[in-house]
Design a protein around this ligand. Sequence first.
Ligand SMILES: Nc1ncnc2c1ncn2[C@@H]1O[C@H](COP(=O)(O)OP(=O)(O)OP(=O)(O)O)[C@@H](O)[C@H]1O
Length: 871
Amino acid sequence: MGRLASAYGQAVAAHRQARERLDRARRSLGAPGPAAPTAADVVARLAAVGGRLAAPAPGVTALTGAPAPIRVGEATTLDGGFPVLVPLGGGCHLTVDADARDPRVGELLRAVVLRLLATAPPGTVRVAGIDTVAFGATFLPLRPLLDAGVLAPTATTAAEVAALLDSAERHARAAQAADPAARELLVLVVAAAPGPRELARLAALTHAGASAAVCVLLAGHRAAAGQQGPAGSDAPPPGAATALRLMQRYAHVGDPPGHPFSADGSGLAAPVVLDGDLPPATVAALAAHLAPAARRDVPPAFADLLPARRWAATSAAGLSTVVGRAGRQPVTVAFDDATPHWLVAGRTGAGKTVFLLDALYGLAARYAPDQLQLWLLDFKEGVSFTEFVPTERDPSWLPHARVVGIESDREYGLAVLRELRRELNRRATVLKRHGVTKLADLPRDAAVPRIVAVVDEFQVLLAGTDAVARQAVDLLEELARKGRSYGVHLVLASQSTAGIESLYGRAEAIFGQFPLRVALPGGGGVLDALNTAADALPIGAAVLNTAAGAAGADTVARFPDAYAARAELARLRHELWRERPAGSAAPTVFRGYDPARADDDPALAALRPGGGPPVALVGRVVDVANSPASFTLDATPGRHLAVVGTSTVGAEVLRAAALGLGRQHAPGGARFLLAGLVAAVDPVVDGLAAALAAAGHPVQRLDPAALRDRIAALAAAGRPDAAGEPVADPSPADQASPARPPIAGHTYLVVFGADAASAALAGTDPTTFRSGLDDLRALLREGPGNGVHLLGWWRGLRRLADALGGTHHRDDVACLVALNVPGAELGLHLGEHDLAYTPRPDRALLVDRHDQRTRLIVPFTGPGHEIDEER
Ligand SMILES: Nc1ncnc2c1ncn2[C@@H]1O[C@H](COP(=O)(O)OP(=O)(O)OP(=O)(O)O)[C@@H](O)[C@H]1O
């Protein structure tokens, strides 16, 4: 061992002496020595070469298409020395038989790296090092390059080596798929022989050709000198490499691939003194020269995502868009047969919304609205998709957007999924009618756009174990399974896919249909448990995995910050909007935070007399079309409206319903009997009375006693007399015109705070022995047949049930709007035990007992309504 060490020391000393001799000779000839360079001449000097290969132009010679001659040392002959150049880059590599424990090797590797960097245009070469024998010491002198972002942190442990090889392989794959002009060279510098598996992976990279854009500098590879490879290794040897063999004083340079020195494969017939380290000032100057380009290269710009021409692509076979870059290569993702659906995850603030905006704008710029339709659903409080819909400030919208839900209710999400399923079925019919099985085979005039449906924070929809979650799981599974064939693609985005209870055992059945996984920081849950590619992602980077998260199929891409490019986004949106096809409509929009203002409601304003049985409009349904929420008040017994809940929104709903009914009758064609029994809502009742009177309808105000009398009269009017004929209502129709004959039209009894009438109704008439409640119940059953309908606001369900004579009479008031009524209590009243309703501000449940409808609605509110805080 001692003898070996001293022989080694002598060899190094001899090498140094040889190099000093060369330097002396060079100086005596006036050649430039290794004096401190200036930043200006560093690049030229590093790349300056002579000899048998043509010199590359410094700083502008691309290294990915074809190899460039790179100097490794100086050959010595009796006539003097000449530089020795070997081809590197462009699919050519270098092996050295000794490893970096020999200082000459480290010096050579560093010199070659610097020459490569100086030869290529700034920003087109990245360097990554592996040094398991000296803990990264080999690369320490190159520290300024690390700081400049040109050199990656050195891999020194087995795990880091594996991760680096993963990323090199991803780089190679991405480069092979990329435009050759956009390729970036990855120089992989290995300071000592790795294990057989790693060696096999490195060898595979050397065989991948120029298009992989990798250059391997592999030290410690004994097979380079024609000796045995590592014990037990059956890995193929590295290919396309110039092999250097170190001897005591000199090095032997083998024949470079494609540029042999010898005819017989014996290599350069002159001993070579390998280049040593360049002065630290040179390294620093080069780093300073390269840093701006390296930094510039880091975040891709939003403009990089856009195609040269708008709307030039067709979607028959699928959709694809650039979402960012891996190195300098654009990264493209697709909705096609291989990746029909995407699953996106990242912790809050990880850039999910930004990533989705990048992808959506990229798609919208490539495909015209007849090729692509967007359905966008957001369950969180935020602004994810607001920019795609018209607002007062900006009337533009994204012409591809068909449905946009902002801060959506789960019920709205369900309605959107149902609508998508209907669309699937429509498409199935179209395909069948044309006798084809693929969208691409449809004739041009029957072509349908592909649909991308994005559900942001989809875990909200599936949270819990209620009926909404169960139905959402069923729908998602069906849409995911069939969507591929019908051009309906899902993007599910979430903070985490863990803890979604309602998936029961069906996570695999659903997520198995989502081969494209996008893991943002904190979103590694969408990757395989063993795939750690997303563990240390910075903001603005994503792991894109096309194999449902399996390790090895990852591409790490950087995507631009769409928020930082707001002006560009708006410009693009306006450009696309101006180009929208003639007659295209704005998307249907649901904003979870918007109240339904009765006075601004177009459906309420559009009501006119003569359109069939009158309807009571009470709000807007939480559905895709944002349909009017209404009850038909026809002649069927029980067609009355009860609004229930302590919230004063109840009064506003009654007011809107009464106003709407008034609009459906010609002036004087209906009379309104108004009872305001809750002082707090007197202004609402006053306003309603004035509005109805202004519309020409007779209006009568009733106090509790008058209410009781009027109910008795109306009940008697509907009761058959002895001859079986109805008795006319004996009371005056209207205080203002007591002489008018009884009205043949409708009578609406509108009671604000109907529960407050219970005392007045409870008393029994001493002559007839009928109580007010008896009359009320008779009126509920018989009234509709005589055009008499009750509209009441009860502040509690119990009071309503009491008025009806028990829950088994619940169908006597068949139309119910439940405001802040606990779901369980409502379920009991209705006899529906799996009723899913959680009271919340500005929401109500519409229940129609007759046509079995149960809908979540946004109840009408009056002027000046603030969000209902009473709940
Ligand atoms: N590519 C990027 N480069 C730089 N910054 C980014 C990038 N992407 C996102 N960011 C920044 O990260 C922040 C969060 O982004 P974003 O709103 O998209 O996150 P999110 O995952 O949707 O968060 P949340 O779930 O809380 O809504 C923003 O301030 C944004 O500017």
